[in-house]
Design a protein around this ligand. Structure first.
Ligand code: J2J
Length: 530
């Protein structure tokens, strides 16, 4: 992994940002001081800090007993269940590095993660949301013969039951991980053909989690509803589940984020805060009046992952009877929050300001020249929890980071006089589908394999509900048949991509608009008449 240069690491340690503690200390500490306090609620199951801690120890021993070694990778694809944390913390304690797959990922993504990360194991649930992950695992083992084994939560089918890993006792690892080392691989939203893996260390991640918990006012009384997929960076760390554990609060897991499920859980579990993407926040707000649920415990609604319009922002707090916070973050690092003491206008119209005084933010033009204060430009950032490079991607790193280590976020922003950032647009080749990120090139590469497709360009089109949807503009190969839009969508699905990457719309064209230097102008395509 690309580490921080020594002078920066020294500075972050001296400032107290990096403490040398590993991430699992967020549960270990409370297991010692308040063993009986509930850490996780999953349906009718309530695990105390002591139980979660004990399970993580056993899982760590189990992974090592199966021959995994410190530094080995495992692809982790679990839904929002308590075992997610048992496995996550267990792996971390063993020094085994989880790759944080999402439940929506399918054959293309999971095979790629297993292959590229040279994973020793894939850890899945038997079934989730009507989908059999063992069948997917079977396809993955065929595509990636080097994958050591598949470990299944629930009915294992032909694979290893997770239960078996719990039987190995709890001998502490002989060679425990260190805080400056690689803890896990987070996923990039991506703008290129293949998803990128983001190497997060204990030191840097714990800093962002700890400070996020302070900024969001978490206490042992806090009850965080995890409605987004637990592996995603936002619900994991901003302050999310890890921030809640750090504060000694309780995490409630929602099996799905629908208003029916979530509003009932808020009432039953007396939830105090949650984090959502804009379309979900609006769906909850719309459903709340008729749902008849007591939402009086809810104090804070965080919204992030995609731009929240000012008009929507004005509706949310009153509809759900709580305070709103905007969150603009990224799995590569930098996270911005509006603060509890910000004026209301700031909360409604900005995406917040950085966590740390040591977050360096530059706003530049196309030539990397700093723009005057208040101007709109490309956001570059560097700091104590922003990575210096993707994992094993030197060529991509040369373009995604400046020579002096600033990450090119691909976001177009401006900064207000108070230091708050306003997201004005995006320069990266990505569709932000209500917080779910789609790399245009990844979808284009699949469609280009269709025999009737000569060329394709996937772009974002505005959408009232999701903010953006995806549209594939296709030039057909003469004489190679005339597929229907639905055929091409099925082709993407059959290519093994997650459902949210399937183009919402397919349009046939005879040529693409060009830029001055003869490249496809996605800007002009986006504004093409429908
Ligand atoms: C506009 N665009 C936003 C916002 C993210 C906290 C919150 C979100 C993420 C996340 C995260 C946005 N307004 N409020 O990791 O810890 C877009 C930007 C950004 C990209 C990152 C966290 N909040 N975005 O969304 O890695 O384009 O992380 O660069 O999935 O989402 O996506 P991701």
């Amino acid at each position: 992994m690309t580490l921080w240069p020594e002078e920066f690491a020294d500075r972050y340690r001296a400032a107290g940002h990096w403490t040398g503690e590993t991430l699992d200390t967020v549960i270990r500490r409370h297991a010692g001081t308040h063993p009986g306090r509930i850490a996780v609620t999953d349906g009718d199951r309530h695990w105390s800090y002591a139980e979660l801690d004990r399970r993580a120890d056993a899982l760590a021993a189990g992974l090592l007993a199966r021959g995994l070694r410190k530094g080995d990778r495992v692809v982790l694809q679990l839904p929002n269940v308590a075992e997610f944390f048992e496995v996550f913390f267990g792996a971390l304690r063993a020094g085994v590095v989880p790759v944080m797959a999402l439940p929506a990922h399918r054959r293309a993504e999971i095979s790629y993660f297993c292959e590229f990360a040279e994973a020793r194991a894939l850890i899945v649930a038997d079934r989730h949301a009507g989908f059999d992950h063992r069948e997917l695992a079977l396809e993955v083992t065929r595509a990636v013969p080097a994958l050591g084994e598949v470990i299944v939560l629930g009915d294992p089918g032909p694979f290893t039951p997770l239960e078996e890993l719990r039987q190995a006792g709890s001998t502490p690892p002989a060679d425990p991980p260190t805080a400056d080392g690689l803890a896990f691989l987070q996923l990039s939203g991506g703008s290129t053909g293949l998803p990128k893996l983001i190497p997060r260390s204990h030191d840097d991640y714990l800093y962002s989690v700890r400070e996020s918990a302070v900024i969001c006012g978490l206490t042992p009384r806090s009850v965080y509803l995890c409605a987004l997929p637990a592996a995603h960076n936002f619900p994991l760390s901003s302050p999310g589940t890890l921030g809640t554990f750090h504060a000694g609060g309780r995490v409630v897991l929602a099996p799905d984020p629908s208003p029916a499920t979530a509003l009932a859980l808020i009432e039953r579990e007396r939830v105090t805060l949650t984090g959502l993407v804009p379309p979900l926040a609006l769906a909850w707000a719309q459903a709340a009046p008729a749902a008849g649920r007591d939402l009086s415990s809810l104090e804070l609604l965080q919204v992030g992952g995609a731009k929240l319009s000012e008009e929507a922002a004005r509706r949310l707090g009153p509809a759900l009877g709580c305070r709103l916070q905007q969150v603009f973050g990224m799995a590569e690092g930098l996270v911005n929050y509006t603060r509890a003491d910000d004026p209301e206008e700031t909360v409604l119209t900005t995406q917040g300001r950085p966590i740390s005084p040591d977050d360096e933010v530059r706003i530049v033009d196309d030539e990397d020249q700093d723009l005057p204060e208040g101007a709109t430009g490309h956001l570059l950032t560097r700091g104590p929890y922003t990575v210096r490079g993707y994992w094993r991607a030197p060529e991509h790193n040369a373009v995604a980071f400046t020579a002096d280590g600033f990450y090119r976020t691909g976001d177009v922003v401006r900064r207000t006089p108070t230091g708050h950032l306003v997201v004005e647009g995006r320069a990266k080749d990505q569709i932000n589908r209500g917080g779910e990120k789609v790399a245009a090139e990844e979808v284009e590469n699949v469609l280009l394999r269709h025999p009737a497709v000569h060329d394709v360009s996937v772009v974002a089109t505005p959408d009232e509900y999701l903010g953006e949807r995806s549209c594939a503009y296709v030039i057909l190969r003469p004489g190679a048949g005339r597929p229907r839009p639905a055929d091409l969508k099925s082709f993407v699905r059959a290519g093994g991509l997650a459902d949210y990457k399937v183009p919402d719309r397919v349009e046939f064209v005879t040529a693409f608009p060009q830029t001055g230097i003869g490249k496809v102008s996605k800007k002009d395509l986006r504004s093409a008449p429908r």
